[in-house]
Design a protein around this ligand. Structure first.
Ligand SMILES: Cc1cc2nc3c(=O)[nH]c(=O)nc-3n(C[C@H](O)[C@H](O)[C@H](O)COP(=O)(O)OP(=O)(O)OC[C@H]3O[C@@H](n4cnc5c(N)ncnc54)[C@H](O)[C@@H]3O)c2cc1C
Length: 429
């Protein structure tokens, strides 16, 4: 099979699918949709062409797996983040707020359950109070409505089983099934003429005078512009395209437990700790999922396989690439103590339960059963820094999403719209 497209999006997680939908003009309020439908560029000789997409010509999404949302998007906590944590003015702060609003509208229009249940962040020790103050300051700077400091009695009025010497109520947080959101985005993109190929891993890319020639697991594709949304493989896809990403993806597995059904009433909504400001992870927390299950987690354990969901998962190439990376070794030298603690908690349910008991003292190891796991794509710089903000880089006819960790699922509709704008300008220029 040989295909031709104007734009190829690599990766069928929520970021790639939202980008494809935006490029196809499938999203609510997309002003280019009608105009773009008229755009019909002819396929080259001997080439099958995806049907003309509205908005930006022919759009083709390549997904390596046989289904969409197979990795981070299908293995996350399902939280619609408010924007509390992020440095004001950062891309995370801006896209989280705009993406959350767009997501709430999208789910309402398309009948996808989304519950704006709010969450409480609880400080359980005096030394966490300055970080709680900083969260409140950031939340206000990021324009959150309904952000309120809670006294211990007010924490318990909302979450009767939670501990805490002080708390923060974040009303705008919610829960949703990101797999369902991705599936609906894909339907809309297809209806607008975008082509989505599953089992079509990008294997090689070669630059040509007028674009790129791509070799995939299901045939050749030629395109004018490539958008890399490959999540855990984003750095490798960039290198495959001849771009030095200037970072490496280091995978961190996050394991969850579920509360047994008879103990779900320990948690009404979402209960979070005050995160360690030095780390990009939020600390194990309780999440009531959209289907009523209550989960606890995720921890953050170095994964020895990028798409490895079991404790025993191992891929020699992935492990070697991480361990041989100077950036990782510098990171490990700084954080080995907390890394070891996470590893111990991963091996021992009692340790995991002890971390949760700080938030809800009544939780016992017997209340917890192992649930799913996810692997986070965390970009690390050669200097050993955990890259905090989203990183989207344009380079020679390509757009690479090199760092899209949490809250990228919340922010995906806004990230997709931004990438579609960049792509349109690039194709027009
Ligand atoms: C444990 C965990 C909990 C999280 N909790 C939340 C949360 O509650 N709220 C929130 O907003 N965010 C959360 N996140 C973050 C969020 O899930 C991610 O930021 C988001 O899903 C990233 O989407 P993506 O499309 O970039 O990546 P992915 O969903 O990983 O998709 C990338 C896709 O690219 C494909 N791919 C890779 N290489 C190739 C190739 N060569 N050719 C073709 N396809 C390829 C992969 O198969 C994959 O489907 C969490 C993440 C994890 C791991």
């Amino acid at each position: 099979m040989s295909l031709e497209a104007d734009i190829v999006v690599v990766g069928g997680g929520i970021v790639g699918v939202a980008t494809t939908a935006a490029l196809a003009g499938a999203l609510e309020g997309d002003a280019d949709a009608e105009a773009g439908r008229a755009h019909a560029s002819a396929a080259g000789p001997g080439m099958a062409a995806p049907r003309g997409s509205a908005g930006t010509g022919r759009v083709l999404l390549l997904e390596a797996e046989e289904r969409l949302a197979a990795h981070q998007t299908g293995h996350n906590s399902g939280v619609v983040h408010s924007g509390l944590y992020y440095r004001p003015g950062s891309l995370k702060a801006r896209t989280c707020a705009a993406g959350r609003e767009a997501l709430v509208r999208f789910c309402a229009v398309h009948g996808i359950p989304l519950e704006r249940c709010g969450k409480v962040v609880v400080a359980t020790r005096e030394r966490e109070l300055p970080a709680l103050d900083e969260l409140e300051r950031r939340g206000r700077a990021n324009g959150l409505r309904g952000l309120r400091r809670l006294l211990p009695a007010e924490i318990r009025a909302r979450e009767p089983h939670a501990a805490g010497i002080a708390g923060l109520l974040v009303e705008e947080t919610g829960v949703v099934d990101y797999g369902a959101v991705t599936a609906r985005l894909a339907e809309l993109a297809r209806a607008r003429g975008a082509t989505i190929l599953l089992g079509a891993r990008l294997l090689r890319a070669r630059r040509e005078a007028s674009g790129l020639s791509l070799e995939t697991a299901s045939g050749r594709v030629r395109c004018r512009l490539l958008v890399n949304c490959a999540g855990l493989q984003a750095d490798r896809v960039a290198r495959m395209c001849g771009v030095d990403p200037g970072l490496r993806i280091v995978p961190f597995r996050g394991e969850y437990y579920a509360l047994v059904p008879g103990r779900r009433d320990l948690v009404r909504h979402l209960i979070y700790p005050v995160p360690d400001p030095a780390l990009p992870f939020l600390g194990v927390h309780f999440t009531r999922r959209i289907d009523g299950r209550v989960e606890a987690g995720p921890n953050a354990v170095l994964a020895l396989k990028r798409e490895g969901y079991a404790k025993s998962s191992f891929a020699a190439a992935d492990a070697w690439e991480t361990l041989a990376y100077a950036g990782f070794r510098r990171l490990a030298a700084r954080f080995w103590r907390s890394g070891l603690g996470e590893w111990r908690r991963s091996q021992c349910k009692r340790g995991f339960a002890a971390a949760l008991q700080r938030l809800v003292p009544e939780v016992r190891p017997g209340d917890l059963v192992p649930a799913h796991a996810g692997v986070r794509a965390q970009a690390v710089s050669p200097a050993g820094e955990l890259i905090d903000d989203f990183r989207i880089v344009e380079s020679g006819g390509m757009i690479h999403v090199l760092n899209a960790p949490s809250p990228a699922a919340t922010a995906a509709l806004d990230i997709g719209a931004r990438i579609a704008d960049l792509a349109r300008r690039r194709l027009a220029g």
